[in-house]
Design a protein around this ligand. Structure first.
Ligand SMILES: Cc1ncc(COP(=O)(O)O)c(C=O)c1O
Length: 403
């Protein structure tokens, strides 16, 4: 009998996707903690707050009211109506309820969008640094991610001409994520106008606009590219409840896009996972229409922590940092330390830096390479002020010791 190896049974599709560096770093940090080491993890991509009380209460009530059955695949009528009104009032986006599809998180909405529009060989433009999940999902669908780079000196926003130069006759989608994970960068209205002008020149090009951090902004107004003239039919807007309402574990996201695309996305979701959780959709109506005091309190708290992190990082010689106008991430450029040594350790790239900071200085961060950027680190400031202060002391001491 020939020997059987289950590892040989894996599809090419899964082999195309690497395990996310964030998961790897968080795992290493956990391992060190389990060995009794006093590790501070700044790897987390989620709010450190619990979901506001009135939203939790609404979920309990909905459960007790019997919303424990399958929901319609594209979502329940009342939340879609509430979102259609929210998108108009807050984002100046005209999407009818039938153009909105509720999902199990913005990540699923992105997956639905890719599988609804991308055939093998089609190209999708990602602007580096970008949220790493995009790349894996595109590859799983047989699409080809085309990476457009931008540097810290550009605020991690490539000029429109560089995006234009990456477009070929195979390009179907351009992904915009503003505010951006990991850089915190936000595109201004006029920058988005320049990008829209390019998109409109190409008859087969659409935009996915991932706006999940829209409520976590500090210095600039969030602007939706789909609200620009002629862009509504070119834009799939993706958003969700995870970040702004501190609802990561609830798994509720949504997309809004032209009716035929929305219908195809619903079809994808129907094939893969069916409708989003019914009582969570009910609770999300309370999130949308209820008091927003908690959302504002959380934003203020991120702002204080952002300021703390930025001033500590800026005081370190050799770090170059753009103050993030949104999100809860700082993305300092640490390339001036490459080639330097401390004891027996030589830091050649951002992965070395991350591993060294974790193993020798007990602070876990995520290397920029996890986001298509080789010169930076992502530091999440969704951590307690005490932890942040201690972690920044450690990072400062560590970097100052490199020569
Ligand atoms: C840019 C971006 N989009 C989407 C998501 C996922 O959101 P959800 O929890 O709704 O799937 C994340 C989570 O880290 C993110 O950073």
């Amino acid at each position: 009998m020939t020997s059987f190896n289950p590892a040989n049974q894996l599809s090419r599709r899964t082999s195309a996707v690497e395990e996310a560096a964030i998961i790897v770093m968080a795992g290493k940090a956990r391992q060190l903690k389990a060995q009794g080491k006093d590790v501070i993890s700044l790897t987390l991509g989620e709010p450190d707050f619990d979901t506001p009380r009135h939203i939790r209460d609404a979920a309990t009530k909905a459960m007790n009211d019997g919303f424990t059955h399958y929901a319609p695949v594209p979502g329940m009528a009342d939340i879609k109506q509430a979102l259609s009104e929210k998108l108009k009032a807050e984002n100046n986006l005209d999407y009818a309820p039938n153009e909105i599809i509720m999902s199990n998180g913005a990540k699923q909405s992105f997956t639905n969008a890719i599988f609804a529009t991308i055939d093998p060989g089609d190209e999708v433009i990602l602007l580096a640094p970008y949220w790493v999940a995009y790349e894996g999902i595109i590859k799983m669908a047989g699409g080809v991610p085309i990476i457009v780079q931008s540097g810290a000196d550009e605020g991690f926003k490539p000029p429109a001409e560089r995006i234009a130069a990456a477009i070929t006759d195979k390009t179907r989608l351009l992904v915009i994520n503003s505010p951006c994970n990991p850089s915190g960068a936000m595109f201004t209205r006029s920058e988005l106008e320049n990008i829209a002008a390019i998109v409109l020149q190409h008859p087969h090009l659409m935009v996915i606009s991932d706006e999940i951090y829209e409520y976590i902004t500090f210095d600039e107004e969030h602007f939706s590219i789909g609200s620009l003239p002629d862009m509504i039919e070119r834009t799939i807007t993706i958003n969700g409840f995870s970040k702004g309402f501190a609802m990561t574990g609830w798994r509720l996201g949504y997309s809004a896009g032209p009716a035929p695309i929305a219908a195809a996305m619903s079809k994808v979701q129907g094939a893969l996972t069916a409708g989003a959780n019914a009582f969570v959709q009910k609770a999300a109506i309370s999130a949308l229409t209820g008091p927003r005091d908690d959302v504002e309190t959380m934003r203020q708290s991120y702002l204080e922590r952002r300021n703390l992190v930025v001033s500590a990082l800026e005081a370190i010689k050799g770090i170059s940092l753009n103050t993030p106008p949104g999100t809860f991430y700082a993305f300092p450029d640490i390339s001036s330390f490459f080639g330097k040594t401390s004891g027996n350790t030589r830091i050649n790239d951002c992965n070395d830096m991350c591993n060294w900071l974790l193993e020798e200085h007990l602070v876990a961060t995520v290397p920029g390479s996890a986001f298509g950027n080789e010169t930076s680190l992502r530091i999440s400031f969704a951590a307690s002020v005490d932890d942040l202060k201690l972690a920044l002391e450690r990072i400062t001491r560590a970097l100052n010791s490199l020569a």
